[in-house]
Design a protein around this ligand. Sequence first.
Ligand SMILES: CC(C)(COP(=O)(O)OP(=O)(O)OC[C@H]1O[C@@H](n2cnc3c(N)ncnc32)[C@H](O)[C@@H]1OP(=O)(O)O)[C@@H](O)C(=O)NCCC(=O)NCCSC(=O)/C=C/CCCCCCCCCCCCC(=O)O
Length: 408
Amino acid sequence: MASYSVLHGSVALITLQNPPVNALSAAVRAGITDAVQRTLKDPQVTSVVICGQNGRFCGGADIREFGGSMSGPPLVPMINAIEAMDKPVVAAIEGVALGGGLELALGCHYRIAHRQALVGLPEVTLGLLPAAGGSQRLPRLIGLPAALDLITTGKHILASEALKLGIVDQVTDGNALNMAVEFARRIVGKPLDPRRISTLPCPSPPDVDFLLDRVLAQVRKRARGALAPVACVGALRAAVFLPFAQGMEKERELMGALFDSGQARALQYAFFSQRLVSQLENHCCYWARYGLVPRHIAPEEILERCLYALTNEGFNILQDGMAAGPEDIDAIYVFGYGWPRHRGGPMFHAGQVGLARVLEKLEHYQHKHPDVPYLKPSPLLRRLVAAGSPAVQKWREFLNKDRVHSQL
Ligand SMILES: CC(C)(COP(=O)(O)OP(=O)(O)OC[C@H]1O[C@@H](n2cnc3c(N)ncnc32)[C@H](O)[C@@H]1OP(=O)(O)O)[C@@H](O)C(=O)NCCC(=O)NCCSC(=O)/C=C/CCCCCCCCCCCCC(=O)O
């Protein structure tokens, strides 16, 4: 939800309330929409400040809502309505203004931030693009090159850097909310048209096509099949060449394609699993408090059972002739599945760990869990170990000999 109050008799204060990061859930969007209506109707109110509860402006759209059917007031018309207001609206940014949070702030006429606050449009890291107007407003505010950098990487920057780029208007080491309220009182009556970012032209260099093509090529190379970074460049191209309303349509169209893609779902799943893992320890405390004794599973066991079962399947695939050599399997993992390049790939890694050790571990886990077929050591792994664990580069040779023998 969002609370509404009036300070000094004339400054409406809209406070986002959704701990811990004030994500823009349906209830928060409904609260903001209601509060905007109240400010419009209240003749005493001459300016508005939007802030977040507990020193955090907003961590963006509520990622949990993406998994289900979305309800409540949509974000885009809400932000457009804020920008269209005829009373100045100031965003008081403390803590974070990320994703939809920054997009909300870009719909405000001014942005005042704490120097240490973090701002950014990290949607790309979730397989999305800033589709609440961010891809259209940010380049209009700070120019195409800087917007391309921020939106295609999704990086968070400090408000002090955002000030240099022109994303925020002022920073403070003190209380950003107090400063925003004082600021809001002072600017009443100043023209608002130049502060409505959607009405600004998009500043871009003369060689704009060249720049967009170069960035697209870089992004394609870096993204290795990821859809979102490429879509981000498409949305920014629209910001340069199309009027705002049409750019917004393009933004929505591109977002629609990303939204239901398996990639966006996978990245959002990864966002939450990363956080869940860090809570594991607390769950153990919870069990202990209620007298439950969790079976102790060492992290090595989880790692080894996942990793060595995967490698074992690689040996089976090689043995069945479905891949010509270990390099084929490693290349698929490194280039297709983000396996850390510095670890070479699962087959190379098995060689580094030592084939005898991999075999020993598989035998150990198979003994403990005889019902798990993936843990049964591949005959090829056994033969390689028996042959003295040749280096991975020699396996192709070994396999060829093996295959010839089996055909004789
Ligand atoms: C930096 C953080 C904010 C804070 O970090 P930290 O202090 O370390 O805390 P964490 O442990 O990370 O988080 C604390 C808990 O909060 C949860 N959390 C955090 N952020 C969110 C969030 N945004 N939503 C939900 N929950 C969140 C987190 O999981 C923790 O909870 P728990 O412990 O797991 O229970 C850090 O949290 C962070 O980086 N957060 C993410 C910031 C981010 O990525 N924000 C961007 C979100 S995406 C976004 O904003 C998108 C905006 C555009 C939406 C436009 C919608 C339009 C829809 C159009 C649909 C198109 C279809 C059209 C089809 C057609 O046309 O037909």
